[in-house]
Write a protein that binds this ligand. Sequence first.
Ligand SMILES: Cc1cc2nc3c(=O)[nH]c(=O)nc-3n(C[C@H](O)[C@H](O)[C@H](O)COP(=O)(O)OP(=O)(O)OC[C@H]3O[C@@H](n4cnc5c(N)ncnc54)[C@H](O)[C@@H]3O)c2cc1C
Length: 496
Amino acid sequence: MLPESSEVVVVGAGNAAMCAALAARERGAEVIVLERAPEDESGGNTRFTAGAIRFAYNGVEDLRELMPDLTPAEIARTDFGTYTEDQFFDDMARVTENRADPDLVELLVRRSRQTMMWLRDKGFRFVPIYGRQAFKVNDRFKFWGGLTVEAWGGGPGLIEAHRKAAKVNGVPIIYGARAMSLLNSDDGVHGLTVRYKGKTRALRCKAVILAAGGFESNPEWRTRYLGPGWDLAKVRGTRFNTGDGIRMALDAGASPCGNWSGCHAVGWDRNAPEFGDLAVGDGFQKHSYPFGIMLNADGNRFVDEGADFRNYTYAKYGAVILRQPGQFAWQIFDKKVTHLLRDEYRIRQVTKVTANTLEELVAKLDDVNADQALATIRAYNAAVRGDIAFNPNVKDGRRTEGLPVPKSNWANIIDTAPFEAYAVSCGITFTFGGLRITNDAQVVDTDGAPMPGLYAAGELVGGLFYFNYPGGTGLMSGSVFGRIAGDSAGRAARPA
Ligand SMILES: Cc1cc2nc3c(=O)[nH]c(=O)nc-3n(C[C@H](O)[C@H](O)[C@H](O)COP(=O)(O)OP(=O)(O)OC[C@H]3O[C@@H](n4cnc5c(N)ncnc54)[C@H](O)[C@@H]3O)c2cc1C
């Protein structure tokens, strides 16, 4: 049932929204969550994730505090390293080319660990990402790339934990309830219109928190803001993030902010469906390209597959694939590295060919100039610096020399059968442009003034990500700013 009023209304039921709801409840406010999707498709992009979440930690003791279930044996056989606040700051600055809003980054980084502990105290469980973020060296696992922990049960587990926490804390989630517009006056936002069971109704409140995701699932907006060709991208996650939250806020006078022509997009199975499939989750992604090469329809390499750890390149390489003729590429590997391929390469729904010779392999690559593909592989093989040792745990500097498109790390000669190739296209994850917020997560209007009663968190906040993104930061950003938004909205609704 949709009530007529609530003190705080949260729009969306992904990670950012649910963190906001919990924080507003902590302030004693009455809270409801509106979720556009039906229950079986609810949870937004959050539910599609692996649950990997980036936060600053100073060593194993910090991790043990977060994950009390870590056993002495696990600790003994693992080098967790550190991921300090300074490293997190550096990563944000480097991958966003120093564009990220310094205030937002400060909050994101400095509050990352305390927000993880807040979630732990609310009953959320986390585990190390042994499968994807660590390689075994001399019988010890070594973590790399600053991304060490995932939510127990991945994205589905995280959403389930949110549902439980909402229930325990008395936050109803109303499924199939689509927020349509904000009700505002000179005094600020005091409600919204909601379409529920075929009827559009007003819902009064003291504060609205928008956490309805970006506009990645709206091909018209993608083309309008990201540019021509983006209508052809596949959507990795939910079909419900069509920019509603952003549109409602802009209509009410909010200021747009951030990298509106930018997005997070990855290599994604060429034959994946138009939107994400919850049964497959993130399995359509193909993130082990640093250990192989990628060829386009012309049979040419087009990007430095080993420019950095995949955590720091994968989110921008989807756009590079989209720009190739036919919007696809083939990833090529030989037997020497196939044991390093991530689990997503072994799913049933994969576009894959195998061969025992390179000649046979290039003939099997659909829509590719086979002669040029063979020439490219041979030229690449001849350019590899085989004298430098291969090491997947560090940027090993094992590179090519003299190629127009270099490969800077992890360059291995492709010469050992069987050979494998995987076809990928561009899969968009989320959009970077969004709403301008204050340090209290209050939405700012086009005159630069905070809008009374309106808060925002998660994907629809602009200003944090430009050009690229460090893996695992989306969930952290939703958690940090969701908590701040909920706290601020709760205080506004229930002043002390
Ligand atoms: C396949 C995949 C894998 C990913 N892996 C990771 C990862 O491992 N780690 C990581 O940090 N990030 C990952 N991400 C990114 C991550 O999912 C997002 O950054 C994060 O989940 C965004 O959270 P959010 O709450 O802002 O949005 P979402 O989780 O998308 O939630 C938005 C919610 O708003 C609802 N909604 C939309 N419009 C309306 C409306 N009008 N009224 C009511 N409700 C509405 C939607 O139904 C949804 O419930 C991944 C994304 C995808 C797609």
